[in-house]
Design a protein around this ligand. Structure first.
Ligand SMILES: Cc1cc2nc3c(=O)[nH]c(=O)nc-3n(C[C@H](O)[C@H](O)[C@H](O)COP(=O)(O)O)c2cc1C
Length: 178
């Protein structure tokens, strides 16, 4: 049987339902970066911890971030038209917990933790993050649960020596080099 025939048969079969618990358990094993997505203007700042953040392209320089539709930051991010993606370093797990709402701190009060400044867009950026990408919101795609945001990078800051903070198996850690 040719590979094309196999593909045709597979297409004709009903896809088996994927159990959400199995999906979550499989995905939990995967190590992800830990970022704080932040937006702001002269008056108010918003930020949240996000792992669904990655590079989209280097020419033009674009970042992709997936933000839950119910998250407090989303309307402010759209209104400001900008966001920063602050990739965290080892030693910043407490900051990640704070911006994930795990310490019951909400809204602008989260910015009492960490040292923040601004670069090109006016979005708050973390001064001692591993890598910071200051982005203008370029476009947004819809999914049923999340807004998939594409940002054009206008400024970058990178830390030289520290290790990346990652999230895997429900825990924060920092991988050692092989
Ligand atoms: C490690 C980690 C990664 C997360 N990644 C995301 C993400 O990529 N997108 C998202 O919408 N929420 C993500 N969250 C959840 C948000 O940080 C959390 O819901 C936060 O409280 C949202 O902010 P808000 O309370 O101001 O709405 C993550 C949480 C943790 C702990």
């Amino acid at each position: 049987m040719m590979i094309q025939d196999t593909i045709k048969i597979a297409e004709q079969m009903d896809a088996p339902p994927i159990d959400a618990q199995i999906f979550r358990a499989a995905m939990k094993k995967v190590a992800t970066p830990v970022t704080i997505i932040a937006t702001g203007n002269a008056e108010i700042r918003h930020g949240m911890t996000a792992s669904a953040v990655c590079s989209l392209s280097d020419q033009p320089p674009m970042i992709l971030a997936c933000v839950n539709r119910n998250s407090a930051i989303l309307p402010h991010l759209r209104e400001n038209g900008c966001f920063s993606a602050n990739f965290l370093a080892e030693g910043q797990a407490e900051l990640a917990q704070c911006f994930a709402g795990m310490t019951k701190i909400y809204g602008s009060d989260r910015f009492n933790h960490g040292a923040w400044t601004t670069l090109a867009t006016g979005a708050p950026v973390l001064t001692d993050a591993l890598s910071v990408f200051d982005c203008r919101l370029e476009c947004e795609y819809d999914s049923p649960t999340h807004a998939v945001l594409v940002g054009r990078v206008e400024a970058i800051v990178k830390e030289g020596t520290t290790r990346a903070l990652v999230y895997a198996s429900g825990q924060f850690s920092f991988p050692a080099p092989i």
